[in-house]
Design a protein around this ligand. Structure first.
Ligand code: BMX
Length: 285
């Protein structure tokens, strides 16, 4: 079976895995050095990669797949959430990494990779129009339309986090883990986790802050359901996979008339969705 090495670089965590066919035979992870700019990130990726060479890969034709947060155009990465990844303006990651590793490299957005992984091996099976939503450091998405992963020429192939809300802010500024962290500090909570914990314990102010973001997400999902005919939405990410989060989102979506209803499920592949998806894409290069 074909071996591929894949990375999943999110705003907080960087994962690497070696696939032998469909199986992960080796993996590692480290914190994403997001604040230190692209070169530090590439150095971290090479550091994570080196041990794989000992995995009998030296003479094999192994493709590299990279799922990374940000807008991807022709292998170049731009971060719209500059707080998460400062210094990423059309950074030629594909070119830099393929030169450093002397391998063919494919770059795709992290949420698109996760959508493809969930579609092929997880909760997307059996539907034609599928959306993967990650609520994590940011708010991201990946779209499968007519059973094909939607990849746009300009890289805006489901940057749901940048969508505008009624107050002019972006969806991400209301609902992301980063936003919950900001709101937590503004309202005297230690951070995003303690804010969500307080909401789970019935703290009314914490509940209002968390549910405000969930309401905004529900509005977008209702619109996308009628705009694109989405049949099922899988929810992932460090915030999205928290116990109780999807139930809150379901009850918000349920407030809309029947034509806006969409099936909401928890991502089956959990934090591996991006690795599995980009491995499938790297195999097909
Ligand atoms: C942001 C954007 C998306 C990404 C999403 C989730 C940046 C750096 N990223 O909307 O491309 O898919 O966050 O990213 O602008 P994550 O880091 O939370 O996985």
């Amino acid at each position: 079976m074909q071996k591929v090495v894949v990375f999943d670089i999110g705003g907080s965590n960087s994962r690497i895995a070696l696939f032998d066919g469909d199986d992960i035979v080796w993996r590692d992870q480290a914190a994403t050095p997001g604040q230190q700019g692209p070169d530090a990130m590439v150095a971290r990726m090479v550091e994570l990669y080196l041990p794989t060479l000992n995995q009998r890969l030296l003479n094999l034709d192994v493709n590299i797949g990279v799922a990374i947060t940000g807008q991807i155009v022709d292998g170049c990465v731009t971060a719209h959430n500059a707080a998460v990844l400062p210094g990423w303006q059309s950074y030629p990651l594909q070119k830099v990494l393929s030169e450093k590793l002397q391998r063919s490299v494919r770059i795709v957005n992290d949420a698109r990779a996760a959508a493809w992984g969930e579609y092929l091996y997880g909760t997307g099976r059996g539907v034609d129009e599928f959306l993967f939503l990650t609520v994590s450091t940011g708010v991201g998405a990946g779209l499968v339309l007519n059973r094909r992963l939607h990849i746009a020429r300009n890289g805006f192939d489901a940057e749901i986090g940048e969508m505008k809300t009624a107050d002019g802010a972006t969806l991400e500024e209301h609902a992301s883990g980063t936003a919950l962290g900001r709101l937590a500090l503004e309202h005297g909570y230690a951070g995003a986790k303690s804010l969500c914990d307080a909401a789970d314990l019935g703290d009314s102010r914490a509940t209002e802050l968390v549910e405000n973001g969930i309401r905004e997400i529900a509005k977008k999902l209702a619109d996308l359901a009628v705009m694109l005919g989405i049949q099922r939405v899988a929810v992932g990410g460090s915030v999205g996979l928290r116990a109780g989060y999807i139930e809150r989102l379901r009850s918000e979506v349920a407030k809309y008339p029947p034509i806006y209803q969409v099936e909401l499920v928890a991502a089956a592949l959990g934090h591996d969705a991006g690795l599995v998806g980009v491995a499938a894409l790297a195999r097909s290069v």
